[in-house]
Design a binder for this molecule. Structure first.
Ligand SMILES: Nc1nc2c(c(=O)[nH]1)N[C@H]1C(S)=C(S)[C@@H](COP(=O)(O)OP(=O)(O)OC[C@H]3O[C@@H](n4cnc5c(=O)[nH]c(N)nc54)[C@H](O)[C@@H]3O)O[C@H]1N2
Ligand SMILES: Nc1nc2c(c(=O)[nH]1)N[C@H]1C(S)=C(S)[C@@H](COP(=O)(O)OP(=O)(O)OC[C@H]3O[C@@H](n4cnc5c(=O)[nH]c(N)nc54)[C@H](O)[C@@H]3O)O[C@H]1N2
Ligand code: SF4
Ligand SMILES: [Mo]
Length: 777
């Protein structure tokens, strides 16, 4: 048998099959990888943790030898992976062992960054922060974080920002990632929180994947699905994706919709369910509100009209609706093909509608999974270092604000709640305009990952704002910083994080951070102490100093809220690989499914938001919300399809879709430093359909210039089976590693969904032309 140390799992992405029957547990299969030359018997210690290279959160142990990470093995008892790891999980950690930032850097008057001590760097940060706060007040400060830090770090920063400083300008790159997931759950059910869990995939009889290339982006979850497809009584599979992905290849029905037309398709499916009387009218009447309006809107979306809009046949739409109607346990997943689109929240909610119409939430095998992408995105949403308040509290509900004021021992007026929290796109606008003068970035690389890069780079590169960046490596963003702080990464610090299906893991520190690198938690506590933030009774804000104390404070903050962690502790988490919240004294083993009684947290006193007009993004007031009497019922939302604002035209006739490839993670800071992963996809490319390639006289290997309203990029072409009119570019490639500088976000635009404010990375008009003939190179 081949050993994984040969790197073969980069090709054999999903590993060996272990087919199983619906309802049975997914068989175990332990994957492991040790550095060449190291044997299992050599390992000093296996430290329990979980993978941080996607939202699946596979449980694993880190192998430590002589104080170094030397490998990983999957946790066979973990319900998320049952021992499996994908290529990033197996090999990705190696990227952390090279090329790290080891000392703080300060930019001098000459513009050059120079090494400095922690003392000097923190003095500089605090001096600037203090003088800017004194002169301009709390609205001068912004924080832009991540979906990749630990729960304890988000909660600590949330308390510093919201109780110490009092700024509403805090968001995460979760805005680019899962803002729509969170918003759609709030709009439909009243609160964030995944209704179901992965065991629902084991039990379902049909699966619908909306804009989710799970085969490349959550490879272990796809193995689980493949093992169901290979076993007795496999579920039906419906895939909605313009591209011929591996998911599409395995699907019973593939709907390769025109990019940006998801809502038309969803309205078409809803139309069929209602028109043919396939909905569960009794359940709908008891547990939802909004049916009549929904029926009116979808009436305007018969399959023939939808077929024209989406560019798929009316028969295939009807067939997909029939699959939804004829199965009794359906799981739908939703990800970036929906979230990064112009009617993102309305579409994600429309998927929730499908489930509500048939009473398919809160029971085994029947749920919607509004997926996350990043490993700890969920925690930023829970803990409130993004545009949310901690514990899914409602910024417009004064009782919720008072709760926090009591907990933090500050006046309620300090906690920003006079307007909706600032979203990332707006935060960068404030930096551009000069009102935010101090911006702290941690755990994200916006100089590659934000849309419309030339604008973002000139905003960050200007001298109107003082910029601090915490990262483990030199990146395109650290280059633009005034102070760079070297961060400890995963395995070098202790903390907890929560995956897509609410499973919480404790990830223990396995090794020391390199050089002088420090955890983000330690950095922010140090900042808070130096700033001397104090509560009303004079205690330091925050009062804790280490991760476990931060976790215990968070347990109190979450007590009684939907995301209740009060029954969890480091001790408890250390004894089991993964427990789902809510976890309380009454439910000490956690909770697999929410809403099993058909009751939702939608009442005016408990809900996380009062909601939006999903067409325009206008907010609904408390009075309006009360008048609707949701009282525990879920909301059926109703929105007409609108064409994308950047309708394709003669100048930009093709649709540009940006996204991921299996071997690379985001801006490649980790995966680009792992030889076997890097070699699998070292540079960017553009995928074109055979038909477009023919028309444009382009062949695989030619260099193609892509132009959009925002920029240009030249990339080698690959001609593939795909929907004509759709062009795909992976977004991973900045300059720091590949040297050639091919960030797809040079092509994307400043545009976002009106409700979740998530940027529309998947809908851009583009022109393609051949600039170099590959045969003549
Ligand atoms: N290998 C790898 N895995 C990852 C990551 C990574 O960087 N690399 N990142 C993680 C993170 S943070 C995230 S958010 C997830 C993202 O995971 P996914 O959402 O699965 O990944 P994407 O490639 O962004 O987009 C998914 C699909 O949307 C399709 N799509 C584009 N436009 C449309 C449309 O209009 N309608 C529909 N229905 N589909 C459309 C694309 O063709 C693409 O196949 O992956 C996570 N896992
Ligand atoms: N065109 C286009 N753009 C996209 C997307 C797309 O599909 N198309 N997808 C969007 C999505 S869904 C996402 S999630 C974003 C991802 O975009 P980014 O978050 O910007 O990408 P990463 O490369 O993951 O950046 C994380 C940074 O944090 C550092 N880091 C890792 N762990 C730690 C830690 O513990 N502490 C600190 N301080 N630093 C740490 C890493 O070294 C890295 O530099 O990209 C978005 N941008
Ligand atoms: S599926 Fe995600 S969490 Fe699991 S090993 Fe792969 S990258 Fe890590
Ligand atoms: Mo993401």
């Amino acid at each position: 048998m081949r050993r994984p140390d040969e790197g073969y799992r980069v090709e054999d992405v999903w590993g060996e099959a272990r087919p199983f029957e619906g309802g049975a547990p997914w068989p175990q299969r332990q994957d492991s990888f040790l550095e060449p030359g190291v044997q299992s018997a050599d390992v000093d210690e296996w430290v329990p943790s979980a993978c941080v290279l996607c939202s699946n959160g596979c449980g694993l142990d880190i192998a430590v030898l002589a104080g170094r990470m030397v490998g990983v093995r999957g946790a066979v008892t973990d319900h998320l992976n049952r021992g499996r790891l994908g290529p990033k999980g197996l090999y990705g950690w190696q990227g952390q062992t090279r090329d790290r930032l080891t000392t703080p850097l300060i930019r001098g008057r000459d513009g050059r960054q120079r090494e400095a001590s922690w003392e000097q760097a923190m003095d500089e940060v605090v001096a600037r922060s203090r003088s800017i706060l004194e002169a301009h007040g709390p609205l001068s400060h912004g924080f832009y974080t991540s979906g990749q830090l630990m729960l304890e770090e988000y909660y600590t920063l949330a308390v510093i920002g919201k109780a110490g400083i009092g700024t509403p300008h805090m968001d995460g790159n979760t805005r680019l990632c899962t803002a729509t997931a969170a918003m759609s759950l709030k709009e439909t059910f009243g609160s964030d929180g995944q209704p179901g869990c992965y065991e629902d995939i084991d039990a379902c009889d049909a699966l619908f994947l909306f804009g989710h290339n799970v085969a490349e982006t959550q490879t272990v979850l796809w193995r689980r699905i493949l093992d169901r497809l290979g076993g007795p009584r496999p579920p039906a599979l419906v895939c909605v994706d313009p591209r011929e992905t591996s998911v599409a290849e395995h699907a019973d029905i593939h709907l390769p919709v025109r990019p940006g037309t998801n809502l038309a398709l969803l309205n078409g499916l809803l139309h069929e369910i209602i028109d043919r009387g396939w909905h569960d009218a009794g359940w709908v009447a008891d547990h939802t509100w909004g049916f009549d309006e929904l029926a009116r809107v979808v009436e305007r979306h018969p399959p023939d009209r939808v077929a024209d809009i989406c560019g798929v046949s009316a028969d295939s739409i009807k067939a997909a609706a029939e699959v939804f109607a004829s199965h009794s346990a359906i799981v739908s997943t939703v990800l970036q093909g929906v979230y990064q689109s112009h009617q993102a929240t309305a579409t994600a909610c429309a998927v929730n509608n499908l489930h509500l119409l048939r009473g398919m939430v809160g029971r085994e095998g029947a749920t919607v999974l509004q997926m996350n992408g990043q490993p700890t995105a969920q925690n930023n949403r829970e803990c409130g270092a993004d545009g949310d308040l901690p514990g899914f509290r409602n910024w417009a509900n004064i009782d919720h604000i008072r709760d926090l004021a009591r907990l933090w021992d500050v006046d309620e007026s300090v906690i920003p709640h006079w307007a909706p929290p600032t979203h990332a796109m707006q935060l960068f606008r404030y930096v551009e305009q000069g009102s935010v003068k101090f911006l702290w970035i941690a755990g994200t690389n916006p100089a590659v990952s934000m849309p419309d890069l030339s604008r973002i780079r000139s905003t960050l590169g200007g001298d109107r704002c003082f910029i601090v960046v915490n990262d483990g490596y030199h990146t395109e963003t650290t280059r633009l910083a005034d102070v760079v702080l070297p961060a400890a990464l995963w395995g070098e610090k202790t903390g907890t994080f929560t995956n897509t299906d609410r499973t919480v893991h404790l990830a223990r520190q396995a090794v020391d951070p390199p050089g002088q690198a420090r955890s983000d938690l330690r950095i922010w506590i140090d900042y808070a102490r130096r700033m001397d933030f104090r509560s009303d009774s004079g205690r330091p804000i925050p009062p804790w100093t280490d991760p476990e104390e931060a976790f215990d404070a968070w347990r109190e903050c979450s007590r009684g809220r939907p995301c209740d962690y009060s029954g969890l502790s480091y001790d408890r988490l250390g004894r089991t690989s993964g427990i789902r919240w809510p976890c309380t004294d009454d439910q000490p083993d956690g909770t697999a499914r929410l809403y099993t009684d058909g009751r939702f947290p939608s009442g005016s006193d408990e809900c996380e938001i009062y909601g939006h007009d999903l067409d325009t993004g206008g907010t609904i007031s408390r009075q309006e919300h009360r008048a609707r009497r949701a009282d525990g019922r879920a909301r059926l939302t109703a929105v007409d399809y609108q064409p994308p604002p950047q309708e394709l035209d003669g100048d930009y006739p093709l649709s540009l879709v940006t996204g991921r490839t299996v071997s690379q993670f985001h801006t490649r800071t980790k995966t680009g430093r792992v030889p076997v992963l890097d070699a699998a996809a070292p540079t960017a490319w553009v995928e074109l359909s055979h038909q477009d390639a023919n028309t444009l006289n382009i062949a695989t290997g030619d260099v193609v210039r892509l132009s959009t309203r925002s920029g240009r990029l030249e990339l080698p072409a690959r001609v593939v089976d795909s929907r004509p009119g759709t062009v795909f570019v992976p977004f991973h490639y900045g300059e720091a590693l590949s040297g050639s500088g091919q960030p797809a976000n040079q092509l994307t635009l400043t545009a976002w969904d009106p409700v979740s404010k998530q940027p529309t990375f998947k809908v851009v008009g583009v022109r393609a032309e051949r600039v170099i003939d590959g045969k003549k190179r």
